[in-house]
Design a protein around this ligand. Structure first.
Ligand SMILES: [Zn+2]
Length: 291
């Protein structure tokens, strides 16, 4: 895909930034008992390519970044998820610049969940220096992710990646912990969506009757959309299935666009009990087409 690229949601401009492509087999991430029998083994056992997408939202005076990852960090520390000959995309800050967004102007950073591919870009390398990537932005993280032992324990070590990222943001007084639905600015709302992680949240963008949901890692692949019980092995199944069902009902009612961090943009259609995912990558326009 071309990156960065843009789509309009009513009056709101949404820029999708692919930080880089991950590669893995679905079998390696899905809970084995949750995989429907109808899925052909071939789909599960071939390495597939997944984008890793951050988003910028311009809505009125607000300049909002969703899921600031750092692909270079991810490729270094999780090389099993990156093809050996992969040529990386420009960094998040560089792609924002291409899209006409300076990091100093960003007003809000929304973190769907505290998995490294969605959050490490809140500080700039070398991270020991403690430079905040978006120094004027309030940063929003689900409180249940912040409270989670997998985050709290490493925060005790000042050199852990948790301390060097979200810990640094917190020290600067820029961190907001979210416990319930929260309007960030008119037309942009954070909605709790637990399951993938305890504090996982999704972002609803609404303008002039159109809507788009940035759903983070609610899904990684269409088979999770189309099979309500299918999920990643680290999910908490009960809240996750409740979240999926709630999301599908909202998306169908609004004919909303959906952007998962690792999937192409598209729409959910069909029936609430038998949703289908329709990829619509043609909706995203590259900057060469826009100019
Ligand atoms: Zn992810």
């Amino acid at each position: 895909m071309t990156t960065p690229s843009q789509v309009r949601v009513g009056k709101t401009t949404v820029t999708v930034i692919n930080l880089g492509d991950l590669e893995f087999k679905l079998r390696d991430i899905l809970e084995p008992r949750s995989i429907p029998e109808s899925v052909p083994p071939k789909l599960l056992d071939v390495p597939l390519s997944f984008p890793s997408q951050a988003v910028h939202i311009r809505s009125g005076d607000a300049s909002i970044v969703v899921d600031p990852g750092d692909f270079a960090y991810f490729a270094q520390y999780s090389p099993m998820y990156v093809r050996k000959d992969y040529v990386p995309e420009p960094s998040l800050v560089e792609q924002l610049r291409i899209a006409g967004v300076a990091r100093q102007e960003v007003t809000h950073v929304l973190i769907t969940h505290f998995h490294h591919d969605h959050v490490v870009g809140v500080t700039l390398p070398p991270r020991e220096k403690g430079s905040i990537t978006f120094p004027k932005a309030r940063h929003y993280l689900g409180k249940a992710d912040w409270d989670y032992p997998e985050v709290q324990k490493p925060l005790l070590d000042p050199l852990s990646i948790e301390s060097l990222t979200i810990g640094a943001v917190n020290k600067q007084g820029l961190l907001e912990l979210v416990q319930s639905e929260l309007e960030i600015t008119p037309g942009v709302t954070l909605i709790p969506a637990p399951g993938e992680s305890p504090g996982h949240q999704i972002v609803k963008i609404q303008s002039e009757g159109e809507s788009l949901y940035c759903v983070g890692d609610l899904y990684h692949h269409a088979i999770e959309v189309e099979n309500p019980k299918c999920m990643s092995s680290w999910c908490d199944p009960v809240p996750h299935m409740e979240t999926k069902s709630r999301f599908v009902q909202m998306a169908l009612k609004e004919n909303a666009l959906m952007l998962a961090a690792h999937m192409p943009i598209g729409r959910v259609n069909g029936e609430p009990s038998r949703p289908k995912f329709l990829p619509q990558p043609e909706l995203l326009k590259g900057f060469a087409e826009i100019r």
